[in-house]
Structures are given as C-alpha cells and as structure tokens.
Design a protein around this ligand. Structure first.
Ligand SMILES: Cc1ncc(COP(=O)(O)O)c(C=O)c1O
Length: 458
C-alpha cells in the first residue's frame, strides 16, 4: 500500500494536524459533508489537504470554481482590489470594478434584440438573486403567482424554499412558506410517466401547465415561470430541446415573464456562457451566482434595462451586494474565460467526459443513464425495470472515487445521481484520469456485489 503523507509527518506537524482535526466537531452538523478533509490550498482542478494529499476536485465547490482553484489572475485581482477599497457601499458611492461589471456583464445577456440593452442587479448568493428575480417579476407585473418546476432547486431562503421541489429535506418542517407558488412537471425523460421519449416528456409537461391554468391559477395572475435550463440539485436532468422554446411561447401568449435560474448552469458550465444559449428561448430575467466571481460571494440578476428599471429606488437592495473585491474577481473571471478559451474547453472536455463515463459505466449494475451537457455530467443509479432509485450505489461510487482521490457529489431527489463537475480549466489528462477512476470504482462496486456504505448527504 502507498504510504500516506500523514504517516511521515514530523511530531510538530502531526500536533498541528491534530489541532485542526479536533476543531472540526465545532462546525454545526447542518453543514453535512461526506469527507473529513481539511484543505490548505487549491490549484486548478486540485485541492491539497493539510497533510499534503492531493485530490482531483470534480465538485468545483458545487459548480463554483469554474476558472479552477485560486487562478493566479483572479487571485491577483482580488489582492489588488482589497488593497484599494474592500467595501464601497452601493447606496452611497460607485466603485470602478462595479461600474466595469455593470458594463460588461449585460453584453452577455442572451437574446437581446437590436437596440435592446440589459442591466444587472448584484447581490451575494444564489438564493438572494432568486429572491430578486421573483420580486422584480411581481413588482413589475403586479401579478402574484410564480410557476416553478418539479425537481428545481432555487436556494434556502423562504421564497426560494417555496420555489424548490428537488427534495423535502430543503423545505420540510419549514412551513408555512410564501404562497402563490405553483409547480409543474419538468420534462425528465428517464422518469416521464407517459413514456421515455423527448416528445412524450414535453407533451406531459405542457399538458400539466394547461391543467394548472384550468384548475389552480389564471395565467394572467402569473408573474413568471422560474426554470433551470438543466436541473442541477434535482439530478442533472437535461430537458428536451423543445422545452424552453415551448415555455417561451406559453409565456408570450399570457404576458408571463421567463426567469432562467442559471446559478448552476451559467458562467460557461455547459460550454456556452449561459445554458439558455443552447435553446431558442430568450429569458426575461437571468439569475446568476456560483462561478460568477470564481468563489467570491457574488450573485445577481440580468434583465432588459427597461424591466430592471421598474424597481423604484429602495424597492430592493442589500448592504453587501456588488462588493468591490467580488466585482474585481468577476471581471478577472470574465477575462480568464475569454483569454483561455474556457467555453471551447468546457465543450470539448465535456464531450470527452460524457463519452468516457458512458464507456466506463456500460453494463454496470444499476447505471440507468449517463447524461449531461458540457462539464455538467450526471450518472443516475436506478433499477432497470422499476426505476426505483438506488442511492446506495451513488453513495458507493462517491466513496470508491474518494478512496482514489477523486471528489464527486450526489444530487437528485433520492441522492441517486452522481454529478461530475470539473472546473472549465480541466485538461485531457485529468478527464482521462477521472474517467478511469470512475471505471475502477464501478468495477470495485460490482466485485463487492454492490455492497456499499450509506449514501452521503446530497
Ligand atoms: C439552480 C440554483 N439556484 C439557486 C441556488 C442557491 O444558491 P446559493 O446556495 O448560493 O444560495 C443553487 C445552489 O445550488 C442552484 O443550484
């Protein structure tokens, strides 16, 4: 067996290590995690622990470190901005990185017509940006209702919980939650009750919307649809190509706004800046967070300027939104994505990853589907005939991969999907190594008859 670096620590280092490890129990259990690692530094696709062990991080901190860990250009921008001004509050003054970002980000808004301009409202977390999107839709339309989609995850504040339906753990025991929120089925081809084809799943979802309008809510009371272009927490579910365009059409018919929650799919994750760019469906409001500032807390919404301007001064805001250091990190993130061709790399590596995992998983017990777009790949475990979810296999793959120094995450309502989320800077060699680890892990699970430790929290 390999000697672990922890076996060769000096007494001092070992004492230091024990001190850090002992402190872990002070962190509240609500932060459930499946590793016990204490990390010291990160670089590109890699995380290094206080013991000097290196892990290939294909969680990207839940889809955040798109430019890789501690990209030198991002780190330098943060250091430089911190030395100038850290907090220059948005209700009081302007700051340079904020003004730059307000100019550059709107140019990325998908589907702007000639002469149209977009604007940005900046906040700190994904949930906060979802709140801003829903508030803007209600405020501007003076309509109360929002329709979200089953399996969607939108965050953990009260409105975001009410909009979320990817798992009861995110909203159970927190009622009452804000009202006027309805849910329609997301087209989930593998689990579609009327047949496992794109067409059947699409028809099923659209029919359910009609039923919602006939039974629960008048369409002209609906302010917005809120939808993830690809389900994230809900299982890395890629909808049929016709879904977002069909939703756009229903929205236009009834004067409903279309909000795309791109918190997980955005900033190049799927090989385009925004996943909605894959579809012919312009969002009215786009929600962003996660990779936006490479790990500094920054989120926001983008919308056509005339819509965004409907918010009267004071109608929305927040002390920290648009923090100067976070804005500098976001500008550096945009620079790195352009300079290093990361959208192309995400597309190319995504295809390599998807094909590789499909090859490695072929014939393995319980693998119901390998799907994804760009560097957003999911492996769903389920019984081949009943589709009963098999979270113990997803948890087993996580554990076996972890033992081989590859970090992955689960998702899906029953934690039955393993999601693979490399940073956009990942290389051919890293992808190949992750694929072979996943192959070895699946083989080890088959060899042990699928007997695996319990699934970690998703
Ligand atoms: C699609 C989506 N929306 C919203 C959120 C909430 O973001 P945050 O955790 O930053 O509040 C997430 C987080 O995973 C997400 O994936």
């Amino acid at each position: 067996m390999d000697q672990h670096p922890s076996d060769v620590l000096t007494a001092d280092q070992a004492g230091d290590r024990e001190r850090w490890l002992a402190r872990r129990s002070r962190v509240p259990a609500v932060w459930a995690r499946y590793t016990d690692l204490v990390v010291e530094r990160g670089e590109g696709s890699w995380l290094e622990t206080i013991d000097g062990e290196r892990y290939l991080d294909y969680t990207s901190g839940i889809g955040v470190t798109n430019t890789g860990h501690a990209h030198p250009r991002v780190a330098a921008a943060i250091a430089d901005q911190a030395a100038h001004v850290i907090h220059a509050q948005q209700n009081i003054v302007y700051h340079k990185p904020g003004l730059d970002l307000h100019e550059r980000l709107p140019r990325t808004m998908p589907g702007l017509a000639d002469g149209e301009e977009a604007g940005v409202f900046l906040s700190n977390s994904g949930a906060e940006a979802v709140e801003a999107a829903v508030k803007l839709a209600r405020y501007a339309s003076r309509r109360p209702a929002i329709i979200a989609f089953r399996g969607g995850f939108h965050g953990r504040t009260h409105a975001a919980m009410a909009l979320t339906s990817s798992g009861v753990k995110f909203r159970g025991h927190f009622e009452p939650l804000p009202g006027s929120i309805h849910h329609a089925p997301y087209p989930y081809v593998l689990r579609n009750p009327t047949g496992r084809t794109d067409e059947a799943a699409l028809v099923h979802s659209l029919a359910a919307l009609d039923e919602l309008f006939a039974t629960l809510v008048h369409p002209d009371d609906v302010a917005a649809f809120l939808v993830e272009p690809i389900l994230g927490e809900g299982g890395y579910v890629v909808p049929p190509d016709g879904f977002l365009p069909a939703l756009r059409e229903v929205a236009d018919r009834h004067g409903i706004l279309l909000i795309a929650d791109e918190v997980q799919t955005g900033i190049g994750r799927t090989g385009r800046m925004w996943a909605t760019e894959w579809y012919d469906a312009r969002p009215d409001i786009l929600v962003m967070a996660k990779g936006l500032a490479s790990g500094m807390p920054l989120s926001g919404i983008m919308a056509r300027r005339e819509l965004l301007q409907r918010f009267a001064p004071g109608a929305h805001g927040g002390t920290y939104g648009g923090n100067a250091v976070a804005c500098a990190a976001a500008l550096a993130t945009l620079d790195v994505i352009a300079a290093e061709g990361l959208l192309d790399n995400a597309r190319r590596q995504g295809e390599r990853l998807l094909a590789g995992i499909r090859r490695a998983a072929a014939g393995h017990h319980g693998v119901a589907e390998v799907r994804g777009r760009g560097l957003m790949v999911g492996i769903e475990f389920a019984d081949p005939t009943t589709l009963a979810p098999l979270p113990e296999l997803a948890g087993g793959l996580l554990r076996e991969a972890f033992d081989r120094r590859l970090l992955l995450l689960t998702c899906g309502t029953w934690s039955q999907v393993v999601r693979v989320i490399p940073p956009l800077v990942t290389t051919d060699t890293e992808i190949d190594s992750a694929v072979s680890i996943i192959g070895e892990a699946l083989a080890a699970m088959s060899a042990s008859g699928g007997a695996t430790p319990p699934a970690p929290p998703g």
